[in-house]
Design a binder for this molecule. Structure first.
Ligand SMILES: O=C(O)CCC(=O)C(=O)O
Ligand SMILES: [Fe+2]
Length: 366
């Protein structure tokens, strides 16, 4: 995607200005940065894959730089999100997604889920699924006004950033380079999408009741998650089983990436689904709402849900002939089943999870 300024004379979108960073001394996680500018250079992919190997096996989180979107292009998406969340609640709710079917296409209202028993979340988001006829639905004017710009952004994240990372993972696993990306083609059926996300600030008393949590420790559904840079600290990662929760500070010009459950399932746990949670921001940031921008890549019905037969996994003892994981259902059904579960699980169930096709994932890690 070109880095030209898209603002036109007729464009009424007011620029988005991010709030200042926290001045508090926070323990930030040290994560590697993968420079996608190297990807097309001779030997570049192989060098990047070698650099990535430890992070995707042991941590599940890393950053990427030079991913082909300018700060201006990203900030315009934040500005669109800001306008949407400023709409009256009844208008936002009139675009509700079919959540009970496990589909995030449209609005997910504030307070949909109990974080702790009796305590409803302060999260709302709006997802735009792929720009394909099967995902069309009514959208608020603010999105329609910028529809082609959102489509370019959406496709770029999926087809350029996403495909490249899925190729690097295939190189790490020593399987054909396009094997994973072919199961995630933009034109295929899957529930990937761009998410504008808003956490409404709560009072100090309410934060205390929630044990300072915005969302509990979890791994993500789907294949891979991208989180665009913004300065309000709240996301924390648990790098290793025995490490403390550390804050994520996404450096300017980088994107945070986490490995999600499907890659962990298909690699029999070799690829680590990154464990993270969202807490109340530090004191100097907690009075304001927190606007986020994310893109979720989910597996398509073209992805065969069978363990990757990878020389690396064989060598490392993660693949045993005859004991491969095989899930005999289309991948989008798997990811929808997990979302559906959010509407039926009990907030007091510490072992909430999704089981299907002989495989299960835990919903909480805290
Ligand atoms: O808002 C964030 O920083 C992370 C959100 C998240 O973990 C999620 O939506 O799965
Ligand atoms: Fe998450």
């Amino acid at each position: 995607m070109a880095t030209q300024t898209i603002q036109t004379a007729t464009d009424s979108l007011k620029p988005y200005v991010h709030p200042p960073e926290s001045k508090e001394p926070l323990q930030y996680a040290d994560l590697i940065i993968i420079d996608l500018g190297e990807f097309d250079k001779p030997g570049g992919k192989e060098r990047l894959a070698a650099q990535l190997k430890d992070a995707v096996h042991n941590v599940g989180f890393f950053y990427v730089s030079n991913f082909g979107l300018s700060q201006d292009e990203i900030n315009r998406q934040y500005a669109i999100g800001r306008e949407f969340f400023a709409l009256p609640e009844d208008v936002r709710k009139s675009y509700r997604a079919p959540l009970e079917e496990g589909i995030y296409n449209g609005y997910r209202p504030l307070g949909s889920i109990q974080v702790l028993p009796g305590l409803w979340d302060n999260i709302e988001f709006y997802n735009i699924m792929k720009f394909l006829p099967q995902y069309e639905r009514e959208h608020p004017e603010i999105f329609r006004q910028h529809w082609s710009e959102i489509e370019r952004f959406h496709r770029h994240v999926h087809e350029h950033v996403g495909y490249k990372l899925l190729q690097l993972l295939a190189i790490v696993l020593e399987i054909p380079e396009d094997q994973i990306s072919n199961g995630h083609l933009y034109e295929s059926n899957c529930d990937s999408g761009l998410r504008y996300m808003n956490y409404r600030a709560r009072s100090a008393e309410v934060n205390e009741q929630f044990k300072d949590l915005y969302s509990r420790g979890h791994t993500d559904n789907g294949t891979i998650t991208f989180l665009f840079q913004q300065p309000v600290a709240a996301l924390q990662v648990k790098k290793y089983e025995d490490s403390p929760w550390e804050w994520i500070r996404i450096p300017e010009g980088t994107l945070s990436v986490n490995i999600a459950d499907m890659l962990s399932i298909l690699s029999n746990g070799y690829l680590k689904s990154g464990v993270h949670r969202v807490t109340v921001p530090p004191k100097d940031q907690q009075a304001q709402d927190r606007l986020g921008l994310l893109y979720f890549i989910r597996p398509s019905d073209r992805l065969t849900l069978r363990s990757f037969d990878s020389p690396l996994l064989r060598r490392e003892g993660y693949y045993e002939e005859g004991k491969e994981t095989t899930i005999d259902i289309p991948a989008p059904e798997w990811t929808r089943a997990r979302i559906k579960k959010n509407w039926s699980r009990s907030p007091t169930d510490p072992n909430a999870g999704t089981q299907m096709g002989g495989f299960s994932v835990k919903h909480f890690h805290d």
